[in-house]
Design a protein around this ligand. Structure first.
Ligand code: GLA
Length: 717
């Protein structure tokens, strides 16, 4: 349904109700005729809308405007919004603000509002789609409609209002090998701003911003969450003004941020923002996760083939590339059940350590005299796929590429090398062409099935040839190259790695098939990193590897069974010199590979659930099939138990009316116990209703660094 509102200020449009997936978003015109979000949350009936609107006008405040305040989708100072504006742009010297509605196109759970600013310089199209999972997708397109003026954009933000009961915010920080660490804060007046100016989201990226009722947890509380599907500079904010936001309290959202001059629209040009995603839940964080996973899994590009068990050579051999040794490693891997063999860094010209070679994407004949084909053929002959590492955006000053084309490199202060490398300017056509040609050539010649696409440094000044900032242009160039590689190699899968998990966002994942979750393979750290990364991403998109006994990044010692149980809950792999594994370890690996093959159908399609009521140092997480007939749980202890006994722990997400057979799966090794004997139910298979499991199972007190796997299947009685 399209309605035109050229006389918008005087003829407010009808309300628009998007309802889908158990959620509603309602837009209603404010006093200026501009749509404002009147509701984002629980599903409403159309019959509720008149009442919602008749209660949507706040009081007129003391010492304030003479009209009630509003917070519209184009909130800005021209309409009395004193918070951060939705659009920050200038047309010549004039501020782009004061929007009025031109047209509304509403169809089902999708609406498009077209607005023009007061100076008639820009046309903004706000697009909202509430998908079947109840996830709201929002974009802003800003067009320069002047004949002769340039528009400079520094930010466009999609901001949604929050009710006053959204009292706390949980967002994320971190560092290399310690990504996605949650931090919780009270929402106060002011701005809680998380921005990334690293040219990539970064290890500290607030990749998901969760706001919710006081004390919201995985299984309880009402939660409003936001994510930006973008791999460049960005911000996410929670902001509260003393006057609130209409009848709401605070606002949540964000967008891409640009430096002055970074985005200049000439007449006729249009900027399209990255997509913002918003999820509401009345079932805690798990409810947000359920919507996100369902929506992500419905994407046409979502990988559907079983996720192959892989071996990555990085922590196995580092730069020590040797065909004979790698052939032995590949043969051992295949014998133990590995399905994809990935040759990491070190295969290309001059790359004997991390100080040289990036950019020279030709096989180094001093190390690989016959090229990569002998290894690739051997790997394929063993029935495995062949994967290869690239870091296409980067260049070492010590490389032929840097020597031949210094002008291709984004300018930085020379002291700002990072891992001895700088960044190529992917907005340059010749860089794009060179990288495409090199990747294409190597992928084709070596029969590559999988690319690990790495990105090992932040972007800083990142100046183009004119001295202007190129983060946005570079990010779009990377997307273009990835899209083109996929077009040329439709069966190729790609992993997004950025020194581990420094680029985990749904922008890069629209053109890649998984992320390397973290360079840390220590299972104690990994339990937390995967738990929180999985809040946004389903486990089949999270690379999770069994590393060596002593972690290379933390020095911590971990049992095989704990490493294996941790890696099971992702897209599993190994990153370990298997030729040095003991016979017992090899038996364990083969059993684990079989368990992964048995369970991956469930693990990679089911619903992620996490228990709240566990004591400090323990974790309970699991995957439950959509029909709730099968589930796998991990009862994990990362620190010593403070209590001598573990009381009943509720097992979440099951069907209370179903009867389950509960089996302890210990084929990858028994979890170490800190007790004389297990709770009695563990002496044989248990048959019990979901209602009892919701009350909980007494679980064993495990020693730290152990995980117990429970496999539940329904039985008919
Ligand atoms: C980064 C990645 C690692 C590995 C190395 C290779 O650190 O995160 O997994 O690929 O680069 O240099």
């Amino acid at each position: 349904m399209t309605s035109s509102n050229s006389d918008a200020a005087r003829q407010p449009a009808d309300p628009t109700h998007l309802r889908n997936g158990g959620a509603s978003v309602v837009f209603a015109p404010d006093v200026f005729g501009v749509p404002a979000v009147a509701h984002w949350g629980a599903a409403l009936d159309d019959a509720d809308i008149p009442g919602l609107l008749s209660t949507a006008t706040p009081a007129v405040m003391n010492s304030s405007l003479d009209i009630p305040r509003s917070f519209s989708i184009t909130a800005g100072r021209a309409h009395g919004w004193s918070g951060t504006p939705t659009i920050e742009a200038r047309a010549g010297d004039a501020v782009v603000d004061g929007f009025s509605l031109v047209e509304t196109t509403h169809e089902g759970a999708e609406v498009r509002f077209v607005l023009r600013d007061a100076g008639a310089t820009a046309e903004a199209t706000f697009h909202y789609l509430l998908d079947d999972a109840g996830l709201l997708h929002a974009t802003i397109a800003l067009a320069n409609i002047t004949a002769d003026r340039r528009i400079d954009i520094t930010a466009t933000r999609t901001l949604l209002p929050l009710p006053a009961r959204a009292a706390e915010v949980v967002d994320f920080t971190g560092r290399w090998t310690h990504e996605r660490q949650p931090q919780r804060a009270e929402i106060h007046d002011g701005t809680w701003l998380r921005s990334s100016r690293r040219g990539r989201p970064g290890h500290d990226s607030s990749f998901l911003t969760l706001t919710g009722t006081r004390g919201f947890r995985f299984r309880t509380g009402e939660v409003w969450a936001a994510h930006l599907a973008w791999s460049g500079n960005q911000e996410m904010r929670v902001e509260r003004l003393p006057e609130g936001a209409g009848v709401h309290s605070a606002v949540l959202g964000g967008g891409e941020i640009m430096d002055a001059g970074e985005l200049r629209l000439q007449p006729g040009e249009t900027y399209l923002s990255p997509e913002s995603l918003f999820a509401w839940s009345d079932q805690g964080i798990d409810g947000v996760t359920a919507r996100l996973h369902a929506s992500i899994r419905s994407r046409p590009e979502h990988p559907r083939a079983p996720r192959p068990l892989l071996l990555n050579t990085w922590e196995a051999v580092y730069f020590e590339h040797d065909l004979a040794a790698l052939t032995v490693l590949a043969t051992t891997a295949a014998e133990l059940g590995v399905e994809r063999f990935v040759l990491d860094d070190g295969w290309f010209c001059g790359r004997r350590d991390d100080s040289a070679g990036l950019g020279d994407w030709f096989v180094d004949e001093t190390v690989w005299p016959e090229g990569l084909l002998p290894l690739s053929e051997r790997v394929h002959g063993l029935g495995m796929q062949f994967g290869l590492w690239f870091e296409p955006e980067m260049v070492n000053p010590d490389s032929d590429l840097a020597r031949q084309h210094p002008e291709w490199i984004l300018s930085e202060n020379p002291l700002l090398a990072s891992r001895h490398q700088f960044v190529l300017d992917f907005s340059r056509g010749e860089v794009e062409a060179y990288i495409l040609e090199r990747l294409d050539d190597v992928i084709t010649a070596a029969g590559v099935d999988f690319v690990k696409w790495d990105h090992n440094r932040d972007l800083h000044a990142s100046l183009g040839a004119q001295g202007d900032r190129h983060v946005r242009a570079h990010t779009l160039g990377v997307y273009r190259v990835l899209d083109e590689i996929r077009r040329r190699h439709p069966l190729l899968e790609i992993e997004s790695c950025a020194s581990g998990g420094g680029r985990v966002d749904l922008g890069i994942l629209a053109r890649t098939d998984r992320v390397w979750t973290s360079d840390c393979n220590d299972p104690v750290e990994r339990q937390q990193i995967q738990r929180w990364t999985q809040t946004l991403l389903p486990p089949e998109l999270l690379g999770a590897h069994v590393g060596p006994t002593v972690s290379h990044t933390t020095g911590r010692h971990a049992s095989f069974s704990f490493r294996a149980a941790t890696a099971l809950f992702g897209h599993a792999g190994l990153e370990w010199d298997l030729t040095a594994a003991s016979p017992e370890e090899r038996t364990g690996i083969a059993a684990w590979a079989a368990l992964y093959r048995e369970l991956r159908g469930l693990l990679h399609t089911g619903v992620t659930v996490r228990g709240d009521d566990v004591d400090h140092g323990a974790l309970l997480h699991g995957i439950v099939s959509h029909d709730r007939r099968e589930a796998v749980f991990a009862w994990v202890r990362t620190e010593t138990s403070g209590t001598a006994n573990t009381p009943r722990i509720p097992i979440p997400g099951l069907d209370p009316g179903a009867t389950y057979r509960v089996r302890v799966r210990e084929e990858i090794g028994a979890a170490g116990r800190h007790q004389v004997a297990d709770p009695a139910w563990m002496s044989g298979d248990l048959t019990v209703t979901g209602a009892v499991l919701a009350q909980g199972l007494p679980l064993p007190v495990l020693n730290p660094g152990n995980a117990l796997l429970l496999h539940l299947t329904t039985v008919s009685i």
